[in-house]
Design a protein around this ligand. Structure first.
Ligand code: G3P
Ligand code: CA
Length: 247
């Protein structure tokens, strides 16, 4: 089994996270998938940004939920990263779906609904994936267990992943019982037995955020289904070395 390399927020080591330059770079680097984070605007548009507020990654301030999509389009999501990316706009999920739909890449949409409540988030995203015929290539992930349960009611052919960053007993059973098809864990939770248990239960296991060579090596060696990395080019090189038996 080949461990898939998924660009975390795009190739975020070399371009502003969750923006088109980061996604395009990931594609050019040969990443097999893209991971992105979604929040909802005041008028119900899913947009790509990690935090619930604009403050860290854009020149704006305040919560995404307090702005319409038309207003958010005017902010700069490249300026805090580097002068080379000044003028990079925030992207909507629909813009990303349009771009990725004709590329042979997997898409992992992380619903950022663990600390925020977005009433129609799951349905809106689910319908959009269907419109772009991306069901087979999309993974929906969230830290919110109730959201997985809600999604499970309609998403028969979309992979659902529970995210976990804290050690917890019975994590694999919990994920399975709420209807998840996969477990996405923080690297420090990774060990041989959790991989085995996932696979025994026909669940995929993917690991975040894997940027160090030694960590990549461990994921490849344990047979993880995927890694989320800010550095897809490096991850491909380390995987090639691993497959050829070199360290
Ligand atoms: O989806 C894996 C990972 O992205 C979860 O953590 O904080 O980077 O969104 P975070
Ligand atoms: Ca994420």
């Amino acid at each position: 089994m080949v461990t898939e390399i998924i660009a975390h927020r795009g190739a975020s080591c070399a371009a502003p996270e969750n923006t088109f330059p980061a996604f395009d770079l990931a594609y050019k680097m040969g990443a097999e998938g893209i991971e992105t984070d979604v929040h909802m605007t005041k008028d119900g548009v899913p947009i790509l940004i990690h935090d619930a507020t604009l403050d860290r990654t854009t020149n704006g301030k305040g919560y995404i939920k307090d702005y319409t999509w038309e207003q958010l389009k005017l902010f700069d999501a490249g300026y805090t990263y580097s002068i080379n990316f000044v003028g990079t706009p925030i992207m909507s999920l629909e813009q990303l779906l349009k771009w990725i739909s004709n590329k042979n890449m997997r898409l992992n949409i992380e619903l950022k609904n663990n600390n925020m409540e977005y009433p129609n988030m799951e349905k809106t995203i689910y319908e959009m994936i269907n419109d772009y015929k991306m069901q087979e290539r999309t993974i929906l992930s969230t830290f919110n267990q109730e959201s997985i349960v809600r999604l499970k009611k309609w998403t028969k052919n979309i992979e659902l992943a529970l995210l976990a960053s804290k050690k917890q007993k019975g994590l694999v059973s919990l994920a399975k019982n709420i209807g998840a098809n996969a477990l996405h864990i923080k690297f420090n939770l990774l060990n041989k037995s959790i991989v085995k248990e996932c696979h025994k239960n026909q669940m995929s296991i993917r690991v975040f955020t894997v940027n160090k060579k030694s960590a990549m090596h461990k994921c490849y060696q344990l047979g993880c289904n995927g890694i989320f990395t800010d550095m897809p080019k490096k991850a491909k090189w380390v995987r090639m070395l691993f497959k050829s038996g070199m360290k």
